[in-house]
Design a protein around this ligand. Structure first.
Ligand code: PAF
Length: 282
């Protein structure tokens, strides 16, 4: 399996295999790979001539230094997982300096307000960090198609916005959330949960499904109140936010409109571990 730790060699390699109509699929990750990541890779393998995966824990998107420190780093195990899936996958696993060249700073982006909702409110600077790394990785990998999980739906919309504003030639493809058998959305952070916490965390998806059902006949405000009450009864979980929002603008739904698509978004912490999830309401 071709593995690159530096961008110069990766760029040379991709140039050497590129033909006029060949396509590159790209799956950017921060490692600690799980089945959700592997399903993105599978989709990319099925749809492209070459698949590139990056593993890079991007410091500029962490607003909380402790979260950055504790983020799981499992490169050897990740390489084995990728190898087990397909040895044709090209892996790029750079060090911080290969990406940031001595200046670990974010570019400031304007995402037309998408950055001010939900995660943006609770994680200042996070989306500038995401925009910075994804743009840089796109410049290095020059993908035809790039695959992102819908669990981070706000990130997906922000990446699409960044691509359209910068007129980048890459198709950004959102992929279904991969869930554990109890409904918990797969996330690298799940590795930090105890078995009990992992099992209790099924409440997140259960609540989202009930909220979806309630939204058919209730207002967004009433559904939100109901979710807040449900979490009040559950002291091991701290509800950071629950929001029903317009899927395109991500602004809160104040009054339902028939020609809009809505989505519920949730962030909770359990024992200082932050989990997010989302569900389409249409
Ligand atoms: O979703 C992630 O894992 C990260 O935010 C990404 C897109 C790889 C950028 O660091």
């Amino acid at each position: 399996m071709p593995i690159f730790y530096g961008k110069a060699a990766l760029i040379d390699y991709l140039k050497s295999i590129k033909t006029q109509n060949s396509t590159i699929g790209f799956v950017p990750t921060m490692g600690a790979l799980h089945q959700g990541h592997l399903s993105l890779m599978q989709q990319s393998l099925a749809e492209n001539d070459t698949t590139v995966v990056s593993i890079f824990v991007n410091p500029t998107q962490f607003n909380n230094p402790e979260d950055l420190l504790k983020y799981p780093r499992t490169l050897e195990a990740d390489i084995e997982k990728i190898r087990g899936l397909n040895t044709d996958i090209v892996l790029y696993a750079p060090a911080v300096d290969d990406i940031y060249e001595g200046k670990v700073l974010s570019q400031a982006f304007d995402f037309d307000g998408l950055e001010n909702q939900m995660e943006g409110k609770f994680r200042p600077g996070h989306f500038d960090g995401v925009g910075t790394i994804v743009k840089r990785l796109f410049e290095i990998v020059t993908p035809t198609n790039a695959y992102f999980g819908e669990k981070d739906f706000q990130q997906l919309q922000i990446v699409k916005k960044m691509v359209s504003k910068n007129k980048l030639k890459v198709n950004v493809i959102g992929c279904d959330i991969y869930r554990e058998s109890n409904g918990l959305a797969m996330s690298s952070r799940n590795e930090r949960l105890t078995e009990q916490e992992r099992s209790d965390a099924s409440i997140i998806f259960t609540t989202l499904n009930l909220a979806k059902e309630k939204f058919k006949t209730n207002s967004a405000t009433d559904v939100t109140k109901w979710v807040e009450k449900s979490f009040d009864k559950n002291p091991s979980f701290d509800l950071e936010y629950f929001q029903i929002a317009d899927e395109t603008t991500l602004t809160p739904c104040l009054r339902k409109s028939d020609n809009k698509n809505y989505r519920a978004f949730i962030a909770v912490t359990i024992n200082n571990i932050r989990l997010i999830d989302t569900i389409s309401l249409n």
